[in-house]
Design a protein around this ligand. Structure first.
Ligand code: FRU
Length: 492
C-alpha cells in the first residue's frame, strides 16, 4: 500500500472518530448512559447475556425523534457501560409494529430453531397492528416469536406467528419469558389491561394460559405494561418479585414501575402483602426489566423518561436514554420485602477519586458522589451552573423523605408537569445512611440506603451542572468520595 493511501486511511479514521465524538456531544447528551446514535427510543427490550456480552434491544423508530412504527434497535456491551449500537434487529411486517418483549437463550433447543453447534436466541414480542387499531377492533395486539443463530444480528421470524393471540383485549402486550427450573417449562408474564396474565410452554411456540394477577391490588390509574417475574432467595426463602409498569397512574404522575412480592408455583402468583411499592420514586424510570441468562445476579435497566413529556424533551437528533444498569436485590424489613437497586460497578469509567469534607466543589459532569452519613438529618445538595440554574436534592426530615427539586434546573417550558419537586419515602430505619449520586448531562440517579430508596430524574440545564455545594451541617458527612467519570463514547 502506498504512503498516500495509508495517509488517507489514517485521515478517514480520524474523521470518523471526530464525527463520532461530535455525534455524542450534543446539548444534553448523556455521557455515561446509553442513548441511540440518532432518533427515537423507548423501552429496553430483550435484555440478555450470552458469550460474555450483554445485549440490549430497544423500542426504536429510526425515521424520527418522536414515537412511530416501532422496530427493535440493538446494542451490545461487555461491561454494561460502554455500548456499541448494532443494526436494526427486527422490522415491522404485515402483522404490525414490533412492540416490547424479551429474549431467552434456548439452551436445550426446546423450540427446535437451534442447531447442535449453535444455541438459538429467541425473541418473544408483541405485534401491534395499526390497521386493526384504526378499524376499532380489539384484536390488534398479539405475541410473536423470532430466532437468531448469530447472537442477535440476524433474525428469522417464525412463520406460524402470532403464537399467543389476544383474547379480545386492546392492551395485551410486553411478554417477558423465563425458564422455570422447578416446573421445567417456560413461563410468560404479559400485561393485559390493568392486570397481568401468566402463560406456560414447553417449546416457546405453543402457550397455555395459567392464571391472572392484579385485580384489586396495586395501582390501577392506567394500563399495566412491561411486567417481569424474578425469583430471589431471601434469608433462605424463595420469594418471587413481580415488576409491573403502569401508565398513567404512577406515584409522580404519568409513568412509573410498581412491584409485588409473593409466591409463584408455576401456575399462579400469590402476593404476600397488599402494599403498593415503587421500584424508583423519581419520575423518570419506566418499563424497566431484568436481563435474562445472568444466573443468580439480577440486573435491571429502565427507560429514563416519562410518557407525560417523553416526546417533547428538548433534545435534537436523538430522544431518550436508559438508566444506569442496576444490580437488583430483595430485602426483608419487618414483615415486608423491598427491592434494592445499586449501580453496576462504574470503575471502568473512574478517572480520579477525590475525598472531601468541604461544602463547595467544582466538578466536571459526568461524576459520581458517594456520601457516608453517620446520623441522618435534613440536608440539601445543590448542583448548579454558571447561569444560576440548579438542581436540588436532599432529605426532608419532617417528611422522612428524600427529594429531587428540578424547578430551577433549566429548560422546562415543554411541559407543565415538568418543573416540580418529587419526594421519595425513606424505607431504611437506621440512623446511618449511605447515598450514591450519579450525575450526567441531563439526569441524576440517587441511590439511598443500599438502594432501598431510588430516584431517577431528567432535567435540561443550558450549561452542565459543574458546581456542587451543600446546605447542611458539614459534620453530617464523614466521607464524601467524588469520582470524575470518563465518557463512554470515547474508547474504553
Ligand atoms: C411502554 C410501551 C409498551 C409498548 C411499547 C410501545 O412504554 O407502551 O407497553 O410495548 O411502549 O412502544
Amino acid at each position: 500500500m502506498s504512503r498516500r493511501m495509508l495517509c488517507s486511511i489514517a485521515f478517514l479514521a480520524c474523521l470518523t472518530t471526530l464525527q463520532a465524538q461530535k455525534l455524542y456531544d450534543e446539548p444534553y447528551r448523556p455521557q455515561v448512559h446509553f442513548s441511540p446514535m440518532t432518533s427515537w427510543m423507548n423501552d429496553p427490550n430483550g435484555l440478555v447475556y450470552i458469550d460474555n456480552t450483554y445485549h440490549m434491544f430497544f423500542q426504536y423508530f429510526p425515521d424520527s425523534t418522536v414515537w412511530g412504527p416501532m422496530h427493535w434497535g440493538h446494542a451490545v456491551s461487555k461491561d454494561l457501560l460502554h455500548w456499541k449500537q448494532e443494526g436494526i434487529a427486527l422490522y415491522p411486517d404485515s402483522l404490525g409494529y414490533i412492540f416490547s418483549g424479551s429474549v431467552v437463550i434456548d439452551s436445550m433447543n426446546s423450540s427446535g430453531f437451534g442447531t447442535k453447534a449453535k444455541k438459538s436466541m429467541i425473541a418473544i414480542f408483541t405485534q401491534h397492528d395499526p390497521a386493526g387499531e384504526k378499524a376499532g377492533t380489539s384484536f390488534f395486539q398479539n405475541q410473536s416469536i423470532a430466532y437468531s443463530l448469530d447472537n442477535g444480528i440476524h433474525w428469522q421470524k417464525y412463520n406460524g406467528n402470532p403464537v399467543v393471540k389476544t383474547p379480545g383485549l386492546k392492551d395485551f402486550r410486553d411478554p417477558k419469558v423465563s425458564w422455570n427450573a422447578e416446573q421445567k417449562k417456560w413461563i410468560m408474564v404479559l400485561a393485559a389491561g390493568d392486570r397481568v396474565m401468566f402463560y406456560s410452554s414447553g417449546n416457546l411456540i405453543e402457550w397455555k394460559k395459567e392464571s391472572e394477577f392484579g385485580s384489586g391490588t396495586g395501582a390501577h390509574g392506567g394500563v399495566w405494561e412491561c411486567p417481569d417475574l424474578i425469583p430471589f432467595v431471601v434469608d433462605g426463602k424463595k420469594i418471587w418479585l413481580l415488576i409491573v409498569s403502569i401508565n398513567p397512574g404512577a406515584l409522580q404522575g404519568g409513568s412509573g414501575t410498581q412491584y409485588f412480592t409473593g409466591e409463584f408455583d408455576g401456575h399462579q402468583f400469590i402476593s404476600n402483602d397488599t402494599l403498593t411499592r415503587w421500584m424508583d420514586y423519581g419520575a423518570d424510570n419506566y418499563a424497566g426489566v431484568s436481563f435474562s441468562n445472568t444466573g443468580k445476579e439480577k440486573i435491571f435497566l429502565g427507560w429514563m423518561s416519562n410518557w407525560q413529556y417523553a416526546t417533547k424533551v428538548p433534545t435534537v437528533k436523538w430522544r431518550s436514554a436508559m438508566t444506569i444498569p442496576r444490580v437488583l436485590g430483595l430485602k426483608k424489613i419487618g414483615p415486608h420485602y423491598f427491592t434494592t437497586m445499586t449501580p453496576v460497578s462504574m470503575k471502568p469509567l473512574g478517572t480520579s477519586t477525590k475525598l472531601s469534607t468541604g461544602n463547595k466543589i467544582n466538578l466536571n459532569v459526568p461524576y459520581k458522589i458517594d456520601f457516608n452519613i453517620p446520623d441522618l438529618h435534613a440536608f440539601t445538595f445543590i448542583f448548579s451552573n454558571s447561569l444560576g440554574q440548579e438542581l436540588r436534592i436532599g432529605f426532608d426530615e419532617d417528611k422522612n423523605a428524600f427529594f429531587i427539586d428540578r424547578t430551577k434546573a433549566g429548560k422546562s417550558d415543554f411541559d407543565p408537569h415538568f418543573a416540580v419537586i418529587h419526594y421519595a419515602p425513606r424505607i431504611a430505619k437506621s440512623k446511618k445512611s449511605k447515598l450514591t449520586v450519579i450525575l450526567d448531562k441531563s439526569s441524576l440517579e440517587l441511590f439511598a440506603d443500599g438502594g432501598l430508596t431510588c430516584m431517577t430524574e431528567i432535567f435540561f440545564p443550558e450549561q452542565p451542572l459543574n458546581e456542587w455545594r451543600t446546605e447542611a451541617n458539614t459534620n453530617l458527612f464523614n466521607t464524601i468520595q467524588i469520582d470524575q467519570l470518563k465518557s463512554i463514547w470515547t474508547s474504553p
